[in-house]
Design a protein around this ligand. Structure first.
Ligand SMILES: *Cc1c(COP(=O)(O)O)cnc(C)c1O
Length: 368
């Protein structure tokens, strides 16, 4: 028999969560962000569940080509643009939209424009829809406010450019008490006020907590998978439905004497006589090794907690308060009935990382 660890993907939840985003920003269009294999939910099934989005955002041309090969004809945006000038031609062939965040990418476009001109081809398939990226304070990708206008001008006159949108990315929108988002917005508006085009600012946190960032196009990611993007809140606060349930089964249940150490290093010592369960899941499946004793789990639908260090294939759970628990009982690590945000917090990480970390050996089950 194979291992019991499995991940359930609730496709209807993803579809519903897109609707939550659209209702929150009714005047904007929505590019659904499905990078990193749809945040670990499976890129193709996620794209299908999100078929009412206006477009998709991915992190690499490989992901985009995978979508095109599956007959997805919607706009697809490469969120970091091309990584190499050779990818530009490929991006054109697959009709991909590209972010331009750095001067070398403009130079590469100019070079391509000259090349295509020499070939005498100027039809529509040789033109890009571009998202010009402004750095408004995250200091990661993008042109500085002082350079944005000249970047816009050099792109505008290129024969390979069909349209140019403007975008920026929010650094601290998950914290509603932080002024950074407002500062970024002010910088964005002042740097782009003389440029009349479509604008895009909001990630999930912007969509849900900062209506002034909605602009023309929103770019929701994590909220589509049913996790809250805002710190100290849960998905249910925003009527989001968890789209991933990670679960397994108990493979051992036994009595444990007070004072017995549990697991590698004996980090946790039973404070009383208790019952100990072993669940067939570990960091080899993507359950975080940093989840410490006290991280919540559901056994047979009832809440308890893990104890001791997480092993590669197993984790121990305290069954002291669940006297009826038995071998074969379902154990939910996160998802339905147990918010992933809570688990992430106990593991010193974020829901994004937990979603992306599910490994290949975990059986995937898609449900409508
Ligand atoms: C990943 C990403 C998003 C989505 O962010 P979430 O926090 O998951 O909503 C939006 N825009 C860009 C540029 C991104 O890279």
């Amino acid at each position: 028999m194979s291992r019991a660890a499995e991940v359930i993907i609730h496709l209807s939840a993803i579809k519903k969560n897109l609707n939550v985003a659209k209702l929150a920003a009714p005047n904007a269009s929505a590019y659904a962000i499905i990078k990193a294999d749809g945040y670990g939910h499976g890129i193709l099934s996620t794209a299908y569940a999100l078929r009412y989005a206006d477009g998709f955002g991915v992190a690499s041309i490989d992901e985009a080509i995978q979508l095109r090969a599956a007959n997805i004809h919607k706009p697809i945006l490469l969120l970091e643009g091309v990584f190499d000038k050779s990818e530009l031609v490929e991006a054109l062939q697959h009709n991909l939209e590209i972010v331009i965040h750095h001067k070398w990418q403009i130079d590469a476009l100019q070079e391509l424009a000259i090349k295509l001109n020499n070939n005498g081809s100027t039809n529509k398939q040789t033109k890009f829809n571009i998202w010009l990226k402004l750095d408004t304070g995250m200091n990661r990708l993008g042109f500085s406010p002082k350079d944005i206008y000249s970047a816009w001008n050099s792109l505008k006159n290129l024969p390979v450019v069909q349209s140019i949108k403007l975008m920026t990315h929010l650094a601290n929108a998950d914290n509603t008490a932080d002024n950074c988002t407002e500062d970024q917005l002010i910088r964005f508006e002042s740097a782009t006020q003389n440029i009349n085009t479509l604008k895009s600012i909001a990630n999930s946190a912007g969509v849900l907590a900062w209506p002034q960032t909605h602009a023309d196009i929103i770019r929701p990611g994590i909220m589509l998978y049913g996790a809250s993007p805002i710190i100290k809140t849960s998905a249910s606060d925003f009527e989001l439905t968890p789209a991933m349930t990670l679960r397994t089964k108990l493979i051992s249940v036994k009595e444990l004497k007070k004072g017995s150490p549990v697991g590698y290093g004996g980090d946790w010592v039973a404070p009383n006589d208790t019952k100990l369960g072993v669940a067939a899941i570990g960091y080899g499946d993507g359950y975080p090794r940093h989840a410490h004793s006290g991280t919540p789990v559901l056994v047979g639908g009832k809440r308890t907690q893990i104890v001791g260090r997480v092993s590669m294939d197993m984790v121990c759970v305290d069954l002291g308060k669940l006297p009826d628990a038995k071998i074969g009982d379902d154990v939910v690590l996160w998802g339905e009935g147990l918010p992933v945000e809570e688990v992430a917090q106990h593991a010193g990480t974020i829901s994004y990382e937990l979603f992306c970390g599910i490994t290949k050996r975990v059986r995937r089950i898609e449900q409508q």
